[in-house]
Design a protein. Sequence first.
Length: 331
Amino acid sequence: MADVAKLAGVSAQTVSRVSNGFPGVLEETRQQVLAAMKELGYRPNSAARALKRGEFRTIGVILFNLSSTGNMRTLEAVASSAAREGYATTLLPVTAPTRDGVQGAFTRLGELAVDGVVMIMEVHLLDAMTVALPPTAPVVVVDSDAGDRYCVVDTDQASGARAAVEHLLGLGHGTVRHIAGPKESFAAERRVGAWRAALEAAGREVPPLLRGDWSAESGYAAGLRIAADPGCTAVFVANDQMALGLLRALSEHGRRVPEDVSVVGFDDIPEAASYMPPLTTIHQDFAEVGRRCVDGVLRQIRNDEAERGTTLVPTGLVVRGSTAAPPPRSR
């Protein structure tokens, strides 16, 4: 820094202000300093600067399932929101969703020097009181029933599932079958509960539940059972990828969508509009989830008020070509 100051003909303090992006430096002086930095090959030492300030401008993300479309879109949204705030993102995948796995991840993130943490949980850990996170760590949890102990951000799973069922009932279907996600998934269980409650509130039969693992292959396997049931005219699927597998199973068995069977998915992935037929689905605002996660972490880092408890991001029904009134014989 002293060499840069000497070459540019300014003080070391001015070099520091330019390298840190502080205002109050004349443009001509700033350009002189930048030219000197380039000539000397000077780069600010971000590690030393972080130690001096006590902040690293980095948010850590603990994530259990890298193959889940919803998790990856949430991760992308968190990273984008963090970047807009001038923060980098450090990802730490956890292969074993256990108490030791989570607490070990916190230890490793501490060694990697992060200012706060976003946890994309998906599985039932915090709500079972099996994991105790460091009380002073700025933490926001996504997709978990952590109650009032932590700042939680989640999509309004129940409202979305209810909208899917009510849409199908409103078209005249007698009841709605459901292909759910894995039982250990918090989001999947929220959607199951809302599906069942919506049918019961309407006085309709609650059919047997089918489960998948979020993949198109599991949706296809469940779809083969649905395709063999001539009485089924409507299906709510817990995500769009499993809905894709269901569409294939129905097509292979000569069951037309939506003429014979209506299908609603969940997520509104970019490819949903290109399914055959285009998929009616529940839209999740992943960008807003990411923004609220980063906002929650930064509020804690800056010692602002950060509400504990759950913040729900609204969902929306997107009607496309995969839903219609049931065939006349089923009405």
